[in-house]
Write a protein that binds this ligand. Structure first.
Ligand SMILES: Nc1ncnc2c1ncn2[C@@H]1O[C@H](COP(=O)(O)OP(=O)(O)OP(=O)(O)O)[C@@H](O)[C@H]1O
Ligand SMILES: [Mg+2]
Length: 325
């Protein structure tokens, strides 16, 4: 029997202006979709989201949370109920009824075998065009997330770091970030930052992820090593902020020092109001970014939710022990 799911998560994406869309990208690429957040947990210099946070939602049943506290005392950020989704092109069903509630200030982790639907779930949340939602509901900050365009999701405070960040030939990292950041400021009615002002804004954030300034002038992810791409994803998060940051295998390909830097950066961006949904295969990430609860996904559903001891069971006994329990 599936456990009741108590966690919540969310993050927005922003698309760059059409003028920057390279022709060599695949048609369904979300390469240019940037997470933009104005939140409190991922501290940015920005103003809070215009969308009010709903005090409570009755559509999701989550009487108690994984930490044993009454959920009525918490503010839900993301509420996913019975979410089903297919691959747009083939109509193959991948998500088969995902339930998940994430409250403000919580860190949730999703683990699961390769191909169980973790990345698909996160991409559906940010509105990736490769997938069609066929059922269920997703409420983010009290509003129907599924009604929003990817850009609106980003502006609402949803950020996603992709498992395999894509290169954007011909567009420098700093121009890309400046553009995405200004798009968000424009939407919020704030004045855009010119190149010099933006440099002053981003410069201290490089330290946060331990990146050299050279990376700002290189084309987005072009020639970046796997670990450098992951650091760059966290730099995007630091620049744009997010109320819900979805980090899909942010630890993959990182050496020990890089993992520590990335974890430190993520932890440094956390505030009591923002949340993280991280997907990982390894306990080492969960030791440095400590989750409120861990969910196990199998065949397009969350089949179990628990505390960090779940990750220990997994490492010692594998998924068979979880599936059979
Ligand atoms: N756009 C797509 N086209 C075809 N198949 C897809 C597509 N997206 C997802 N799938 C399939 O859906 C299943 C779930 O994929 P997904 O990437 O969500 O798995 P995952 O749990 O993230 O796995 P991993 O741990 O390996 O990253 C896989 O069998 C995958 O091949
Ligand atoms: Mg994946």
């Amino acid at each position: 029997m599936a456990w009741q799911i108590q966690c919540t998560a969310s993050a927005p994406l922003i698309s760059p202006p059409p003028s920057l869309k390279p022709k060599c990208l695949p048609p369904h690429s979300l390469v240019f979709t940037l997470p933009v957040a104005r939140s409190s947990r991922f501290r940015s210099t920005h103003t809070p989201s215009p969308r009010p946070v709903a005090a409570s939602l009755s559509t999701v049943e989550s009487p108690t949370s994984a930490d044993g506290l009454d959920d009525s005392s918490k503010t839900p950020l993301l509420e996913v109920k019975g979410l089903t989704a297919v691959i747009a092109e083939t109509k193959q069903e991948i998500l088969k009824g995902v339930n998940l509630v994430i409250h403000q200030g919580e860190i949730h982790a999703i683990m699961g075998k390769n191909g169980s639907g973790k990345s698909t779930f996160s991409k559906v949340l940010v509105g990736h065009p490769d997938y069609e939602v066929t059922g269920g509901s997703v409420v983010f900050k009290g509003e129907n997330l599924l009604d929003m365009e990817p850009e609106e999701r980003s502006l609402a405070g949803l950020f996603m770091s992709f498992q395999a960040p894509v290169e954007i030939p011909g567009v420098s990292n700093i121009d890309f970030l400046n553009m995405a950041y200004n798009a968000r400021r424009k939407k919020l009615g704030e004045p855009e930052l010119g190149p010099l002002e933006f440099y002053a804004y981003i410069y201290p954030k490089l330290d946060l992820v331990n990146m050299k300034t050279d990376f700002l002038n290189r084309n987005v992810n072009e020639g970046f090593s796997g670990g450098e791409r992951k650091r760059n994803e966290i730099l995007q998060l630091a620049v744009l902020g997010a109320e819900l940051a979805i980090l899909d295998e942010i630890d993959s390909g990182l050496d020990v020092d890089a993992l520590r830097d990335v974890a430190k950066a993520v932890n440094g961006l956390l505030t009591p109001k923002n949340s993280v949904l991280m997907i990982t295969h390894y306990r080492r990430l969960l030791e440095v970014i400590k989750p409120t609860c861990i969910h196990i996904m199998e065949d397009g559903r969350i089949i179990k939710t628990g505390d960090s001891s779940l990750a220990e069971v997994l490492e010692e006994k594998g998924y068979t022990a979880i599936s059979a329990a």
